[in-house]
Design a protein around this ligand. Structure first.
Ligand code: GCO
Ligand code: MG
Length: 405
């Protein structure tokens, strides 16, 4: 008899940070896991899945992944958006996991097989001042990374995106009932950052790939100026220079600089980045697999990117779970135009809750050969760490008005 979905459970846990996990079980006893974590809005996706999606999955054939995707996307009428697309993404990952386990194959084999042996990854270096940042870059190189994103403090600002004040790694979300409010000054940032990145390039020489994230804070004109001023630094990419829902604004940036541009971590569908890709306004597309409808949809985005010579550099911060990381690595293995994977790594507790077959060595990620996505979920351990309210910060300008964080 055809295998059917018999249960779809949503588990929210907080082993150091919040994660939303979808567990789909079939009549044959196969279990698939999906990641539905949306930083700062976890419970919205959990409810969307629990209240509106899980009941529809019961009795469906788990093998019909694309049909289920279409059913959940087109069958709702209200489409797109991070909550909906993260929920669909979680279902999609769980179904690919089930298909791989049923067929006894790692997911990348089902996506056409390997087109490369390993996946180049980059991680974050952070320092309040230049000496601290250079130390952090050196540590990352010692860990084997060949590509590093460099973020630094800005004189006059108490907190800056991507920079941790203490010794611990950077984590943007803060636990508590309200978001932290930060003060942001674009002029101070623009005066400071070219000198910092030039110092990093001088320190590391030409081989290390350097990246930088402007986190959606510049106008197109400011972004164009920054890109131009960084050309000699030879960045691998400059990320999220402007709030890119205004896609045509990128034309101005593009016309003025050859610094490679990466955008897309807040996008959820192919239509959000259609213009950026088809007009060659970016060099790297950054969608997170789980936030953009899962493997089934993101592989279409990557295929569109391929014909426009845009490479893929999926979002992989600490706020997507090791399940999304697995999906990224499997898709990257089978995607010709894959460029680089963001990889911040996870603490030991998160690795224990989500034991995984993928691994990092020598600057590269590999998926492992476990069937499916190759990530398990220790529910008993997860249950010891219940959800805790946490929010991303918000930002205000010097005059007190709200701006993009
Ligand atoms: C990145 C991102 C993240 C985001 C975070 C928000 O490039 O990794 O900008 O650090 O800020 O994912 O939840
Ligand atoms: Mg970013």
């Amino acid at each position: 008899m055809t295998d059917r979905i018999v249960s779809a459970e949503v588990i929210v846990c907080s082993p150091t940070r919040n994660f939303v996990t979808l567990k789909v079980t079939t009549t044959d006893g196969v279990v698939g896991y999906g990641d539905a974590t949306l930083n700062g809005r976890e419970l919205a996706v959990a409810s969307y899945l629990r209240d509106h999606v899980a009941p529809l999955l019961l009795g469906r054939d788990p093998a019909r992944i694309e049909d289920t995707w279409q059913y959940l996307y087109r069958g709702v009428y209200w489409r797109r958006g991070p909550v909906t697309m993260s929920a669909i993404g979680a279902v999609d990952l769980a179904l690919w996991d089930i298909k791989g386990k049923t067929l006894g194959q790692p997911v990348y084999q089902l996506l056409g097989g390997a087109v490369r042996d390993r996946i180049l990854s980059y991680t974050h270096a952070t320092g309040w001042d230049v000496p601290q940042l250079l130390d952090s870059v050196d540590q990352r190189r010692e860990q084997g990374f060949r590509a590093v994103r460099a973020q630094s403090g800005v004189p006059g600002l108490e907190s800056v995106y991507g920079v941790h004040k203490g010794a611990a790694g950077y984590e943007p979300a803060g636990r508590g009932a309200h978001p932290v409010e930060e003060v942001w000054d674009t002029d101070a940032y623009l005066n400071h950052v070219p000198g910092v990145l030039t110092a990093v390039r001088e320190h590391v020489g030409s081989e290390l790939k350097l990246l930088h994230d402007a986190h959606h804070r510049l106008t197109p004109q400011q972004a164009a100026r920054l890109g131009k001023s960084l050309e000699a630094v030879d960045l691998f990419w400059l990320e999220d220079v402007t709030p890119a829902e205004d896609q045509h604004a990128l034309r101005l940036v593009r016309n003025h600089t050859t610094t490679p541009l990466a955008i897309g971590e807040v996008f959820n569908t192919i239509w959000d980045c259609q213009q950026l890709i088809s007009e060659n306004l970016i060099d790297f597309i950054r969608v997170a697999i789980a936030h953009a409808g899962g493997i089934s949809h993101v592989r279409k985005i990557f295929a569109l990117a391929e014909i426009h010579q845009v490479r893929c550099g999926p979002h992989g911060p600490s706020d997507v779970s090791p399940i999304t990381m697995a999906a990224s690595v499997h898709l990257g293995m089978s995607t010709p135009n894959f460029g680089i994977q963001e990889f911040m790594g996870y603490g030991p507790l998160v690795d224990e809750v989500f034991p995984h077959a993928w691994s990092f060595a020598d600057g590269y990620l590999t998926p492992g050969e476990a069937p499916g996505l190759g990530v398990d979920f220790d529910e008993a351990l997860a249950s010891q760490y219940p959800y805790e309210p946490a929010y991303l910060p918000v930002a205000r300008r010097l005059d007190g008005s709200m701006t993009d964080w």
